[in-house]
Design a protein around this ligand. Structure first.
Ligand code: HEC
Length: 236
């Protein structure tokens, strides 16, 4: 739609709709009917850690993997797929990170006991700190509108932060999902040019819906990925 918007003004509306429908069949990138282009509100407080924005994607992509803590594997009874399961089976004590099982597991010194277990890398210092702060702040089921603007999409500002938060945990290391790494610019380009990146995040038929085991990305972030691909995946 973005590429065709100029054309749309030059032809009758009915023909434009027809072109869009036919276009969709052949071009997987021309999909959303109502793409949200700008979400200007920024309701995020910089000192607050938000469950839906920061914690859920981090935990899902590092812990809710097959064989570990997704719904069907539930190792040691621990399921880490949504707020309720994280609080109960992760034994989170609001306000008390050091008394919370999940926090103890990610900060365990013994690499055999630490989560995620070796050979996976442990969480980064920054990721651990986020979880600590979220628990200290009461382990709320909160979220904020972090803003999203697709008028000027760049890899570094929009695409990479989305991938890093929601995808890299499962798409890194020795055994990434579908054998697809999403660990840097080049690997994301490879997934994009195969059509699989957009197909999976937009939940197009024929692709495994991503991110796996959690809710779909918001429309604005999906649109940003589409625009970046339409712009030929610049490293900007
Ligand atoms: C919880 C782990 C997990 C998360 C989070 C995750 N993936 Fe996946 N991904 C997988 C697994 C496992 C597969 C293999 C297919 C399957 O099991 O559905 C896969 C498959 C894929 C495929 C191949 C799909 C196809 O049909 O060809 C792509 C592309 C992909 N993921 C991209 C992403 C992107 C982009 C994100 C973030 C928005 C993401 N994944 C988040 C685990 C994950």
């Amino acid at each position: 739609m973005i590429l065709k918007s100029g054309l749309k003004f030059m032809i009758p509306a009915s023909l434009a709709v027809f072109t869009m429908i036919v276009g969709c069949k052949h071009d997987p990138f021309l999909v959303p009917e109502n793409p949200i282009v700008v979400v200007p509100d920024d309701s995020c407080d910089e000192d607050t850690v938000y469950f839906k924005n920061d914690i859920l994607p981090l935990i899902v992509s590092n812990c809710a993997t097959s064989g570990c803590h997704d719904q069907s594997s539930a190792q040691e009874g621990v399921v880490l797929v949504d707020y309720a399961s994280i609080i109960t089976t992760g034994e989170i004590k609001p306000g008390n990170p050091d008394g919370s099982e999940l926090y103890e597991a990610i900060t365990e010194d013994d690499p055999e006991k630490r989560m995620p277990p070796s050979p996976n890398a442990g969480l980064s210092v920054e990721q651990i700190q986020k979880i600590r702060t979220w628990i200290q702040q009461g382990a709320l089921d909160n979220s904020c509108n972090s803003g999203c603007d697709t008028t000027n999409v760049t890899f570094s500002q929009q695409v990479w932060p989305t991938i890093q938060t929601n995808c890299t945990g499962c798409h890194s290391g020795a055994n990434p999902g579908a054998g697809i790494l999403l660990t840097d610019y080049q690997t994301v380009v490879d997934a994009a040019t195969s059509g699989r990146l957009y197909g999976s995040v937009a939940h197009l038929s024929g692709y495994s819906p991503m991110p796996k085991n959690t809710s779909k990305l918001d429309d604005c972030r999906i649109a940003a990925i589409r625009i970046w691909i339409e712009n030929n995946t610049p490293n900007d």
